[in-house]
Design a protein around this ligand. Structure first.
Ligand code: PLP
Length: 637
């Protein structure tokens, strides 16, 4: 801390926050010290400063927290996925095709689904749906007769009928059999509607994906049919002469599969199912590998829960190679490869920007020149431990400091030392701990017992956001998200902080951040300035976060802005979606804002009658209440 400003460069800032590692070439730091989004337009990328963007929004009245969705990133992610498979197919000389489908559950917002249909059109990118509502959305937005709609999940009669109707209007709809009871229902409804259904079967593989969603695969997985149940499906279809309807082998071993070897093992096992189904006489033609293609949230490119040890190109190459080998060996026609890549498609395109409202600074204790003459032995020991602290004895000094501090506290509790002495002891202790933290920064390995030091001496930066609404996975599964200031990056950050949100929940915090080698417990941040707002961005938040976010403390949806670069390379604010008002979130939890207002009016009227307030006070109170109802649920300045 405390080095000169001039020795700091924007490149160092980019390195510090790992931007080149997790940014995928889509984010950078400008010479002015702003985070910029690089939208890939030929011949050069269009650069958008996030700070300028947010400044422009504020002028127009759209406040932070705001979720920025970059349509061009969405389009480039779809292009990258298809580019990966195209290259793998060409290099391997595979004669089958690839068709991606987007699982709507990963981000079901209307605009996102609409844009995926629009950008995906060039690649015949379809949808995966897991419920009636998702299928209904897919049917409205999918216009491409060559794209697939894959129907997973539990299906009732209405779901089945809708899928069959979609087929009737020319959409390539696959009904994936997830449970043994679904087949008779589908066949009965198809018969009734006079349609020949297109069926898939979800196999319960023995292979598993590992990580948080390991339970999606394996014998005990919720969905899918085991080998015996698949044989039953085949026998049933054969008995009614409908084996031509069975066209797809589907599996899903979990999301965010960080280890490519797990994906490889799974595709190998799935290929055997596929080949055997063809041998049984099923028409087949499609292998759907489900989701799992991971996002490198922490930029470590490693087999850890927030990363992945492979690229999209390697993922595609391994799938193509496995399917090609398995089918060629048996002389089978090459199936169309399908992946349901959700996270990898939408994570990068959304950035949450929020302002910092306040900072609770950690102040290191002061060391007095000398202790009072009557200082206790324990306090003198603490002073000595503090003075003797050096590079070579950090660990021993840490042990001494903790021991003497605890002893001093115990003496205090038993009435042997006064409060003043305890206060002095704690100042000494924290002063020494801060020195230790500085010394540890120069060391390669931090002893385990001292790993907790960093968050203990970090400042707390209070951000205008809700972890539960906007980054639920950071709370629920300790998912790391890159978080960093979006401006002032030409200044060396001199503080270290953890983030607290504005919910009144102690879990509403972020204290794990992507680091160079491992997660770090505090984020380098700048001193707040009196006259300037300080903005932070949480990146790669486009997958699952909006959908899973909840109304904890009745903090609702944030403002949203869709940003697009037009053909003239100009930045367009395409769609503005205002976040929830207080009245809206109240109505989600069954309040009736009109009735609430009537109640408040009546209470205020009673107060007038009792002489507590005047008639004009009542008017003021009622209009403040009404304005509060119309207001944003987040902190408004
Ligand atoms: N397909 C199915 C059946 C899923 O359950 C999921 C999510 O878990 C996905 C696709 C999307 O997975 P991902 O976001 O890892 O691509």
């Amino acid at each position: 801390m405390g080095t000169t400003q001039t020795s700091w460069t924007c490149e160092q800032a980019a390195e510090l926050y790992g931007v080149p590692n997790w940014g995928g070439g889509l984010f950078g730091v400008s010479a002015h010290g702003d985070v910029e989004v690089l939208l890939r337009k030929r011949p050069r990328p269009v650069r958008i400063s996030l700070a300028e963007l947010v400044g422009g929004l504020k002028e127009r009245g759209l406040d932070t927290p705001v979720l920025l969705r970059f349509s061009d990133i969405l389009s480039s992610r779809i292009a990258e996925l298809h580019g990966g498979f195209r290259k793998a197919i060409e290099e391997a000389g595979y004669t089958g095709a690839y068709r991606g489908v987007y699982p709507i559950k990963v981000n079901q917002q209307q605009k996102v689904v609409q844009e995926i249909a629009e950008f995906g059109r060039a690649y015949h990118h379809g949808f995966e749906t897991g419920s009636k509502a998702e299928l209904i959305a897919a049917m409205a937005y999918m216009q491409d007769p060559d794209a697939l709609i894959v129907c997973n999940g539990y299906k009732d009669e209405e779901f089945v009928d809708l899928a069959l109707h979609a087929l009737r209007i020319g959409l390539q709809t696959m009904l994936v059999i997830e449970t043994p009871g679904e087949l008779p229902l589908i066949l009965a409804r198809a018969d009734r509607l006079g349609v020949s259904p297109r069926l898939g079967v979800r196999a319960k593989l023995a292979s598993r994906g590992g990580g948080h969603w390991d339970g999606s695969g394996g014998d005990r997985s919720k969905f899918g049919l085991n080998a015996a149940q698949i044989i039953d499906v085949v026998d049933h279809l054969r008995a009614c002469d409908k084996l031509d309807c069975l066209q797809m082998l589907h599996y899903h071993v979990g999301s965010q599969v960080s280890d490519i070897s797990k994906l490889r093992i799974a595709i190998g096992e799935a290929c055997r199912f596929y080949v055997e189904l063809v041998n049984e006489g099923a028409q087949m033609g499609f292998i759907d590998v489900g989701g799992g293609l991971a996002v490198d949230y922490d930029g470590s490119h490693a087999n850890t829960p927030s990363s992945r040890n492979y690229s999209t190109a390697e993922y595609a190459a391994d799938i193509v190679e496995a399917v090609m080998n398995a089918t060629q060996q048996d002389g089978l026609a090459p199936p169309t490869l399908v992946s349901e890549s959700g996270r990898a498609t939408v994570a990068h395109h959304s950035v949450l920007v929020f302002d910092v409202l306040d900072v609770s600074r950690f102040e290191p204790g002061r060391v007095p020149d000398a202790l009072p003459e009557d200082a206790s032995e324990m306090l003198c020991n603490l002073m000595d431990a503090c003075r003797n602290l050096r590079d070579h004895n950090v660990q021993e000094s840490f042990h001494d400091l903790v021991y003497y501090r605890d002893e001093l506290r115990s003496l205090f509790v038993h009435g042997y030392v006064p409060l003043r002495e305890r206060a002095l002891g704690e100042e000494l202790f924290w002063h020494a701990i801060c020195r230790i933290s500085e010394l540890l920064r120069g060391q390669e390995r931090v002893p385990e017992e001292m790993e907790g030091i960093e968050p203990m001496i970090a400042d707390v930066y209070y951000g205008n956001f809700s972890v539960f609404q906007s980054l639920p996975d950071a709370w629920a599964i300790n998912q790391l998200f890159p978080v960093m200031p979006i401006h002032r990056l030409n200044e060396r950050p001199t503080r270290r902080g953890v983030l607290a949100d504005i919910t009144c929940d102690s879990d509403g915090k972020i204290d794990q951040f992507p680091g160079l080698h491992e997660a770090r417990a505090a984020l380098p941040l700048h001193e707040m300035r009196e006259d300037q707002d300080y903005y932070l961005g949480a990146f790669l938040v486009g997958a699952y976060q909006e959908t899973l976010g909840d109304l904890h403390n009745l903090l609702g949806d944030t403002n949203v802005l869709h940003v697009r670069v037009n053909d003239e390379d100009e930045v367009e604010f395409e769609t503005e979606i205002e976040g929830d008002t207080v009245a809206e979130v109240l109505s989600y939890v069954e309040y009736e804002p009109r009735e609430m207002l009537a109640r408040l009016r009546a209470s205020a009227e009673r107060a007038v009658r009792q002489g507590r307030i005047s008639g004009s006070d009542r008017r003021e109170i009622v209009s403040a209440y009404e304005a509060g109802m119309r207001g944003y649920t987040y902190f408004e300045k």
